[in-house]
Design a protein around this ligand. Structure first.
Ligand SMILES: Cc1cc2nc3c(=O)[nH]c(=O)nc-3n(C[C@H](O)[C@H](O)[C@H](O)COP(=O)(O)OP(=O)(O)OC[C@H]3O[C@@H](n4cnc5c(N)ncnc54)[C@H](O)[C@@H]3O)c2cc1C
Length: 380
């Protein structure tokens, strides 16, 4: 057992960290205020190979492991969790296409996905179904030339912003076996978007409903096989959960670093506040929790990389543990900044707002417990 990063892994982390600090961190607050990430960022991210982090090399991707990918998301999230998490969603979709799209569809769309000229959104949730995703109602009826989509997706990160949508829709019976996956390009007739959602965090990412109103797409845009879409969507989420957790770790590390600096400078009762032992204990507790979370996350990533039978359980457990640890740490860091932590200029309150949603999406943390308990009971 070796817990050290390889030289190559350290180089991947350093490259992503440097890019984040130079090209994302200085703009993160302005992008949040604007409610959008400039589109011209993405091709620059693509040049680093981050448009297809774990898309196979055979299909032009970087072919990294899931563990390697968590390093990229941790490093980018040190600059801005909202931007990093948006890239995670794109990569989740890219991997689904890498694994399951036909050769024809892959050859047609993958080159621009890898360069991030095509940015992808993931469309599973609907107004009436989130945790119970298999109850989705968006329908895809067969036509002479392909499929006609009707229905509404809710909470879509990148809705009305992305260049293409990976959409789970019902082609058959009720339940998970009646779901298929489709690739829908922006501009398709019958594709429209709801208003911009006004959110607590992740504010630089536009979130909208995605609506299909007799939206005709060609048969070639079916991803993989009919009836397998729910399986593809869930496989995407295993990796997505690791990435979101890595985003929590990166942001928590940034908050802790800032807090260590701040506490050395801020004086109260004649000494810097880092001299109060009660506060030193809080620093120690945060460091312990952060290191434990990072180790657990990397173990879960290693399980997914090695195809361990309990990988799904570990991804779920890590997502629950790590995202809650991340939220607790950034919230503590805000507290240790006193009133200044509450001011936007200090950069901590944004992290508190951004990390909160990591406990809700990619499967809520209640659903992470449902998955964990299901595996525990089945193995009894
Ligand atoms: C900012 C943001 C971005 C998002 N981006 C995307 C996206 O890009 N694509 C996408 O498809 N979706 C996206 N989502 C949707 C997200 O995945 C869902 O909100 C999430 O899965 C929860 O679904 P819900 O909101 O319908 O809550 P519900 O499923 O209605 O849950 C309500 C509450 O009940 C609990 N609950 C439900 N079932 C159980 C159970 N069996 N046992 C115990 N507790 C349970 C939940 O944990 C939750 O606390 C996004 C959401 C947000 C907020």
């Amino acid at each position: 057992m070796d817990f050290a990063l390889t030289e190559e892994q350290q180089a991947i982390f350093d490259m992503a960290h440097a890019f984040g600090q130079e090209q994302i961190a200085p703009h993160a607050r302005a992008w949040e205020a604007a409610g959008t990430i400039p589109k011209d960022l993405w091709p620059r991210v693509g040049e680093l190979g981050f448009g297809g982090l774990y898309v196979s090399e055979e299909n032009g991707g970087a072919g990294l492991t899931r563990l390697d990918a968590t390093l990229v998301f941790e490093a980018l999230s040190m600059a801005c969790p909202s931007v990093a998490a948006f890239l995670s969603i794109h990569n989740m979709c890219a991997k689904m296409l890498d694994s399951f799209a036909s050769d024809e569809l892959r050859a047609r769309v993958m080159p621009k996905i890898l360069t991030l000229e095509t940015v992808l959104s993931y469309c599973l949730t609907e107004p009436g179904s989130g945790s119970d995703a298999a109850a989705l109602k968006t329908r895809a009826e067969r036509t002479n030339s392909g499929y006609r989509l009707n229905g509404t997706k809710a909470f879509i990160s990148g809705g009305g912003y992305s260049d293409a949508y990976v959409v789970m829709a019902r082609t058959g019976e009720d339940g998970p076996k009646g779901v298929s996956t489709f690739y829908v390009e922006d501009g398709a007739e019958g594709l429209s978007f709801g208003g911009l959602e006004d959110k607590m965090g992740w504010r630089s990412q536009p979130t909208r409903q995605v609506q299909f109103d007799n939206c005709d797409i060609s048969e070639a845009n079916l991803v993989g096989n009919e009836g397998k879409g729910f399986t593809y969507a869930m496989m995407g989420l295993d990796g997505g959960r690791l990435n979101i957790s890595a985003c929590s770790i990166g942001a928590a590390q940034t908050a802790l670093n800032m807090t260590l600096d701040y506490m050395g400078e801020r004086k109260a009762f004649g000494q810097s506040i880092d001299q109060f032992q009660a506060l030193q204990f809080r620093l120690a507790d945060m460091e312990i929790e952060l290191q434990a979370a990072r180790t657990f996350l990397r173990q879960a990533a290693w399980k997914l990389d090695t195809g361990a039978p309990d990988a799904t359980k570990f991804c779920a457990m890590a997502k629950k543990f790590v995202t809650e640890a991340g939220s607790r740490i950034v919230n503590q860091c805000l507290q240790l900044h006193g009133g200044y932590g509450y001011l936007a200029d200090y950069g901590i309150e944004k992290l508190v707002r951004d990390l909160r949603v990591h406990e809700i999406l990619e499967g809520t943390n209640e659903i992470m417990r449902v998955i964990t308990a299901r595996h525990l009971l089945a193995a009894r």
